[in-house]
Design a protein around this ligand. Structure first.
Ligand code: PLP
Length: 286
């Protein structure tokens, strides 16, 4: 059976899920998105994703067409209709479809567009969770408000295409000699003296929901965390490196630009944090 998407109030098969060519998401990338994981048919850390959605839309003065509570209901309904046990729910809200292409915001009577769809994906037993991933580095070409989860993702498209062409699944973006973040993940290293290092939140990076949860879970276990920027050289001389995101949870990085990190295997701290996060995800999913 064809999967179902949600488009502006209706649940429709994917082949009928359409928005106008005048939609500002299409014309200007004038929109915000969120991706939440689904585990055992339930939404993982969704309150955190909805809080970030609310913040992102606020930062660009975009009005959500539904309340956060209603958005969560729709997410759940879609997960149920598509029978998703393990996977992702994507949601996007744009400033709607006007009658032409004018840069300033449309008149108040243009309703925001809200679209959602799901995909099935093995997260817990993904092969890359055990084997780790190889990453390349690329210059960070993005705008300066990366804290907003905007749908303007061309720099990430190019970064992740370059990674794919090099046989890697992620690209680490570099600015002023330091790692900002992955194309679609937050970056971490574990130093020789077991300090977990990840860049501090600010305009330079997206405040990852998984990053936030992992930092909190690590702190609760008295693990040492330092929130600061690091270089690729530091990552290459670290014991371990890993990435976090809603779609991979915690995943070891075993090589950067073809050079091994640590012993080239997923390290014990990464494995432990993944286990802790999976436990948290399962226990708190709604
Ligand atoms: N950084 C960027 C640029 C991302 O696109 C993402 C997720 O897509 C993340 C970090 C990780 O965020 P989260 O853990 O909320 O999925």
């Amino acid at each position: 059976m064809e999967p179902i998407a949600y488009v502006n109030g209706s649940f429709v098969p994917h082949s009928e899920a359409k928005v106008s060519v005048f939609d500002r998401g299409f014309l200007f990338a004038d929109g915000i998105y969120e991706v939440a994981a689904v585990l055992d048919g339930k939404l993982v850390d969704n309150a955190s994703h909805l809080a970030r959605l609310e913040r992102s839309v606020g930062e660009i003065q975009l009005k959500l067409p539904e309340t956060l509570a209603r958005i969560e209901e729709i997410q759940k309904e879609l997960v149920k209709r598509n029978n998703i046990e393990s996977g992702l729910v994507y949601l996007e809200v744009t400033r709607g479809a006007d009658t032409g292409r004018d840069f300033p915001f449309p008149k108040a009577d243009v309703k925001s567009t809200l679209v959602m769809f799901t995909s099935s994906k093995e997260i817990i037993d993904a092969p890359s969770a055990k084997a780790g991933v190889n990453v390349i580095t690329v210059p960070d070409l993005r705008w300066t408000r990366r804290d907003i989860k905007s749908v303007a993702l061309l720099a990430q498209v190019l970064a992740k295409q370059a990674a794919a062409a090099a046989g890697c699944s992620e690209a680490w973006m570099i600015e002023d000699g330091k790692v900002t973040e992955g194309g679609s993940s937050s970056c971490f290293i574990v130093t020789r003296d077991d300090v977990i290092v990840t860049r501090k939140n600010g305009n330079e990076i997206l405040p990852g929901c998984t990053r936030k949860a992992v930092v909190k879970l690590a702190e609760e276990r008295q693990l040492r965390i330092e929130e600061r920027a690091f270089t690729v050289e530091e990552a290459l001389s670290a014991k371990e490196a890993f990435i976090t995101s809603a779609s991979v949870f915690v995943q070891g990085v075993v090589a950067i630009d073809g050079k091994k990190v640590g012993d080239g295997k997923v390290g014990p701290m990464t494995a432990r944090l993944r286990e802790i996060y999976v436990e948290f995800a399962k226990a708190t999913a709604v």
